[in-house]
Design a protein around this ligand. Sequence first.
Ligand SMILES: Cc1cc2nc3c(=O)[nH]c(=O)nc-3n(C[C@H](O)[C@H](O)[C@H](O)COP(=O)(O)OP(=O)(O)OC[C@H]3O[C@@H](n4cnc5c(N)ncnc54)[C@H](O)[C@@H]3O)c2cc1C
Length: 273
Amino acid sequence: MSIKQPIPVTGPRRVYCHAKRYITPNLLRITVSGDELIGFPCGYHAAHIKLFFANRHTRQLDLPVRDTQGVIHWPEARPVTRAYTVRAFRQEMNELDIDFVVHGDDSPASGWALNATIGSELGIAGPGGPDPLLAPADWHLLAGDLTAVPAISALLEHFPHDVRASVFIEIDHEEDKHTIAAPTGVDIHWLKRVKGQPEQLAKVISQITLPDTAQSISAFIAGENSAVLACRRVLIEQFGLSKQQLYAIPYWRRGQDEETYHEQRHVIMDEVY
Ligand SMILES: Cc1cc2nc3c(=O)[nH]c(=O)nc-3n(C[C@H](O)[C@H](O)[C@H](O)COP(=O)(O)OP(=O)(O)OC[C@H]3O[C@@H](n4cnc5c(N)ncnc54)[C@H](O)[C@@H]3O)c2cc1C
């Protein structure tokens, strides 16, 4: 992964649901705003953000506090934390878009998004993550599931007009296929996930014929654990990508919530990075 300069992390900030609209039946955009969003760093589309939701027992949202040395002090009633993506930040409007894959209303993040009404509160810290997210190259590969779509869409929106890239998105539901704005040199392919075949996306990637002009490659892969690991294997073993050329982060794991999966994600990432 191309961690060159860590983005200065800011927050936590308390923000509020300002607008809510479905991009597709299972991808829900929540636009947040509020006085504490003022000063959120600009230019970090597709970067990681940390979201804070109300404590499971008290149902109150108490945010941690960052002191002048950058040390975080957690409240007694800890909020639930989840990682998400900066889909877009409009400084002039003081609005931040976050796109949530909605997969049920009994989990903290998806449940919050589904039930959010105008004024519902949320904590945010960041942006953070590798910078740049995608290393410069002649040709890019972007792939993942619906959770990767916010980052992929944000990256495509900001690519130079002459960029060359292929995008592969694996979805559970046909109706989540939608138009993603991209330069003309980008081809976008949608695949329907086949239950029990987490290697489908990797197989498709392994069959790509690289364009003759692709002297250098970089890749962005994100989504469910097994699919990301299979893609990462192909990109390292078959395409010979180095750690600087490859962002491959498992965003979630089927059957495990973030609390039980969090440490495993770091072990998995440390295997390569
Ligand atoms: C850097 C980073 C950026 C991310 N950006 C985004 C983003 O922009 N948008 C986004 O939607 N997600 C994003 N994710 C993924 C998101 O953090 C996880 O999906 C998270 O687990 C959702 O939290 P939850 O409280 O809804 O579910 P949890 O409480 O974590 O899990 C409850 C149950 O739901 C299952 N589950 C979790 N996520 C999904 C899913 N997407 N589909 C089906 N089942 C699921 C779990 O396996 C578990 O069984 C990102 C993750 C990372 C690490």
